[in-house]
Design a protein around this ligand. Sequence first.
Ligand code: NAD
Length: 472
Amino acid sequence: MKQVEQIYINGKFVKPHGTEVMDLISPINKEVIGRVTLGNAQDVEDAVAAAKAAYKKYSKSSLQERADYLERLHKAVKARASELVETMIAEYGGTRTMAEGTVNRAINSFLLAKDTMLNFEFTRKIGEAKIVLEPFGVVGLITPWNANYSFICGKLATALASGSTAVIKPSELSSLQTQLLLECFHEAGLPPGLYNVVSGRGDVVGNAITQHRDIAKISFTGSTVVGKAIARGAVDTMKRVTLELGGKSPNILLDDADFEKAIPLAVMMAFMNSGQACIAGTRLLVPEHRLEEVKRLVVKAIANVKVGDPHGKDVQVGPMVTEKQYERVQSYIREGIAEGAELLIGGEGHPQGLENGNFVRPTAFANVKPDMKIAKEEIFGPVLSILTYKTEDEAIEMANDTDYGLHAYISGDQKRAEKMASQIVAGRVFINGMYEEPRAPFGGFKQSGIGREFGTFGLEAYLEPKTIMGHA
Ligand code: NAD
């Protein structure tokens, strides 16, 4: 069993002041696989002090120096890629494909931030004014458990590119993954204090970061409920916030789409990362007159989804991260049945033979009405809700009838889909497929968040414009 007994402050692994010890439980078989000692508010104080001291020098660093640090972090994380993948599978239960994707994104994030920074205009002219984009100082980075490495690396890379220093609070559920990532960072040999990491509970460590007067900005990825609490807390010290929150993304199937192709893809869009993905397309909006065909194809596609121990190469859906998350998904499945939706496949309980872990049965409901909970709330598990529309206008209205606005998917005729995309209220719209463009802005409309990450939009979010007039 692994013990995580240290946090990382001022370039060193140190014992936290916090004394609470938490078990890390395998989502695959519920065995205790590790123990972590959690940090507390005093540890945040120490981390902020280190980051603040390091900022004095770092804020004056050249872009070349920052580029060198980013390059070193990239190399150090890459060197342990396969260990990172195995640890993510074991601790989080992510499928192999998902874990490999997350590790690759984490590795590449440093080079992307470097590239963005080297091509970024930190000084601009507007009329007679010189505009200088300056770093914030110390930033707080708070991340969730569903893609621990890439959230930490993406945020840290951008913070360092901007010239800020960081205090990072990863999810306490990802402690083994964070420990390994920190060993990589340490190996990169950056000056002390540029990044400091305090694992701990959200209401303790996260809250201390939110309240701290020496932290100028928070970049948070997580649930909308916690995002709102952070935004409320941050206002007292007027912290800037970037919030990447939840979603209930629509997937619109136009009547001219090739259903044989689009539906298996729609199922994977809903069940990606075992359904624990903020961008999952969990509301499938289909033309009413083709519902029977959709139902048949959805059942067929889900019957072919391989659920199981995520160590297996071909496994597509692994366990839920915790028993609590398993129970949450179960309660939504019960709710769907109670509200009168038609259970097409899946349902309550474990898949046969997988009773020892947090495995759920990939589930689809038809005849879901827009006011049902399973149509409105983020479930964060492999549960697909199928709703029907009569006209294209109604499809757009239904797609936008949500508090969220993170992502949307459309399948069908290219021209029709593009026209529709312009009317969808979401931060990203994918037409006829899944794509990856890591330099494009990522973030949500409405209650899916505030601000954008990645590329130039992401870097700008870490900078404060200063106007200088009367300059030479
Ligand atoms: P969460 O909101 O419970 O926790 C996220 C982080 O915030 C954790 O580190 C947690 O310890 C911390 N936290 C909890 N309470 C806090 C508080 N009061 N103050 C400060 N920090 C606090 O989310 P989660 O369960 O870890 O992750 C799942 C959620 O994340 C889902 O809702 C999902 O949609 C969202 N998510 C969003 C994106 C995105 O980019 N939009 C990406 C992935 C996940």
